[in-house]
Design a protein. Structure first.
Length: 345
């Protein structure tokens, strides 16, 4: 089975290509505009161009959409993919969406919850993409959509690398009530296992099957920050005052992001810049949304990687990358419960 992985050189896509390559039943093809994946076929593709997408789909049995980036890359990419898939008679699509489609809703949510595109450009683009794939399915296609939480594990710059840097710089720590939201963490291998199962199993024609993906033992953000700090030696864990968090996100964040964009356009190295902490992230840390992922367990037979196991793997990767001679603890140590942390979703 030939499977085109759009965004196959990214964090999730590259891991998926590796797992499919070793599966014995699938032949992954990386579809990317920039980077190649060693050991497999690579096809250069502009994911926003229908013609380029059509060429990339030649001879392909299914496509996995792992495209990330700007709003245009996400939404226009979905439009180009669905048009090209119809023309190329490629009827199977697996689409990687996001929990951001639930917007500001809180509580325990399953896949029947309403979509809310009002929480910024990312949520809007993801909602628009899902609508494109629903329209594709109505033409006789088969679509499986995944809505993962925060995808982490070894190699995760977003949820391990930069978080560890914020912890070492004492920009994150114990956030008090501002960090009592649910993390909805999910191991990258679990996301890839879900995608693989969706490709292996027969899927109904003319329908979209949708699955949340978050490990049921995912902690609250304060617990994760404390555990990662202990595991990587970023101690003592500082109590972050709400004023500091707001200044960092709402004042310094836009300045750092503008500097990052400006220097990148000039071809300058931006590695020396501190990672910007955005207002959206600060809101996420306080959001009491907990994904219900039981459908993925039931339909796809998904088994979750435990939080402690993933923490050890992620911390070891982080320490080795940064050249820090330390050994992560064998078990995560939970943060002390405060009255504010006892709120239920």
């Amino acid at each position: 089975m030939k499977i085109l992985v759009l965004g196959g050189s990214g964090y999730i896509g590259s891991r998926l290509c590796a797992m499919l390559s070793s599966s014995g039943w699938a032949t992954p093809i990386n579809g990317s505009a920039r980077r190649n994946v060693p050991g497999i076929e690579n096809r250069r593709v502009d994911t926003r161009d229908k013609g380029s997408m059509f060429e990339a789909l030649r001879g392909v049995d299914a496509v996995v959409n792992c495209v990330a980036g700007s709003a245009d890359a996400i939404a226009s990419g979905a439009a180009a993919l669905t048009h090209a898939a119809i023309e190329a008679d490629c009827q199977r699509i697996v689409h990687l969406s996001s929990m951001s489609v639930y917007g500001s809703q809180q509580g325990v949510l399953n896949e029947t919850a309403a979509l809310d595109p009002t929480m910024g450009w990312y949520a809007k683009a993801k909602c628009e993409s899902e609508e494109r794939f629903r329209a594709f399915a109505s033409t006789g296609g088969s679509v499986v959509t995944f809505r993962p939480g925060c995808v982490w594990g070894p190699g995760s710059e977003l949820w391990v690398g930069r978080v560890s840097r914020w912890l070492r710089a004492h920009r994150l720590g114990d956030l008090g009530e501002a960090g009592d939201g649910w993390s909805n963490l999910v191991h990258v291998d679990d996301v890839c296992a879900a995608i693989e199962a969706a490709l292996r199993l027969p899927q109904p024609v003319g329908q979209v099957r949708t699955y949340n993906l978050a490990a049921p033992d995912s902690p609250r953000w304060n617990e994760y920050f404390t555990d990662l700090a202990l595991a990587t030696g970023a101690t003592p864990v500082k109590r972050i005052h709400p004023r500091q968090l707001k200044v960092d996100a709402f004042v310094l964040g836009p300045i750092l992001k503008a500097a990052e964009i400006g220097l990148s356009k000039l071809g300058r190295d931006v590695a020396f810049l501190p990672d910007p902490l955005s207002p959206g992230l600060v809101a996420l840390f306080d959001r009491h949304l907990k994904l219900d992922s039981q459908a993925a367990e039931r339909d796809l037979g998904l088994k979750w990687t435990g939080y402690d196991t993933t923490l050890r793997q992620a911390a070891l990767w982080c320490l080795q990358r940064d050249g820090i001679p330390s050994t992560p603890p064998s078990r995560a140590r939970p943060v002390a419960r405060r009255a504010s942390g006892t709120r239920t979703v």
